[in-house]
Design a protein around this ligand. Structure first.
Ligand SMILES: [Zn+2]
Length: 241
């Protein structure tokens, strides 16, 4: 059934034509785009890790330690090829890439979108938002809401303190770094309580940020929190979430 659905989606959104068009706009060669490793095959239901074979259910890491979020999907692997357009959106004002990423998420997370009541972006701290002028996760989440028809909840979460950058930190270090960093503002509690929220971000490395957001949403009464990201690392090494 899933394969059938994917096949139908491929007819509606042929990957080559979308990516081919964006390749010109994105300043990447068609060859670079063709090297992006999309996670179209079997994945772990818990963390979106690619499986070599469709073994169903969840990977060993997810079974050993359930995560704070319920399920995650990534459109592609985070590697030297996908890093370039993702960093361009994040740091180089390449907002034109956001609708393309939203389309990728509408494909990889279609099962999660079908169950979601609202789409929320991982927030930036206001000081970082001021310097960057936009939140790349929100830029992806907004067109994803339009594509899917799932309502957009831009301020479901706030980052109440500026966390250090997650780069170069271990899994435990990252978890500590974001512990208690997120909360649902009082004015949004009613829109979160009892709802199934799909959290959107650009990249998942250890899953610590997504877990921190999921804990805050569930503390505010969300009944389910899923995660959709553009790219994830192949192995979430040192994972403790
Ligand atoms: Zn997993």
């Amino acid at each position: 059934m899933r394969a059938l659905w994917r096949g139908a989606l491929d007819m509606v959104f042929p990957p080559q034509s979308i990516d081919g068009e964006a390749a010109l706009a994105g300043g990447l060669s068609p060859l670079a785009w063709s090297r992006i490793q999309f996670l179209d095959g079997p994945v772990c239901d818990g963390c979106g890790a690619p499986f070599e074979f469709d073994i169903g259910a969840r990977c060993a890491a997810c079974l050993a330690k359930p995560r704070a979020f319920d399920a995650a999907r990534a459109a592609c692997l985070y590697d030297e090829t996908s890093r370039d357009p993702i960093l361009k959106l994040k740091h180089a004002d390449r907002l034109d890439l956001a609708p393309l990423f939203a389309r990728w998420l509408s494909r990889c997370a279609h099962e999660l979108l079908a169950e979601a009541d609202a789409i929320a972006p991982v927030p930036l701290h206001p000081s970082r938002l001021l310097s960057r002028r936009y939140n790349q996760a929100a830029e992806i989440a907004r067109p994803l809401s339009r594509l899917s028809g799932v309502p957009y909840l831009p301020d479901a979460l706030i980052r109440r303190r500026a966390t250090d950058t997650q780069g170069g930190k271990s899994g435990v270090g990252r978890r500590r770094n974001v512990a208690g960093a997120f909360e649902v503002p009082a004015g949004r509690a009613r829109q979160v309580a009892g709802k199934r929220i799909l959290l959107v971000d650009d990249v998942m490395t250890t899953g610590a940020t997504a877990a921190g957001c999921a804990r805050a949403l569930k503390a505010a009464g969300a009944v389910r929190v899923d995660v959709a990201v553009v790219a994830r690392v192949k192995e979430m090494a040192g994972l403790t979430i």
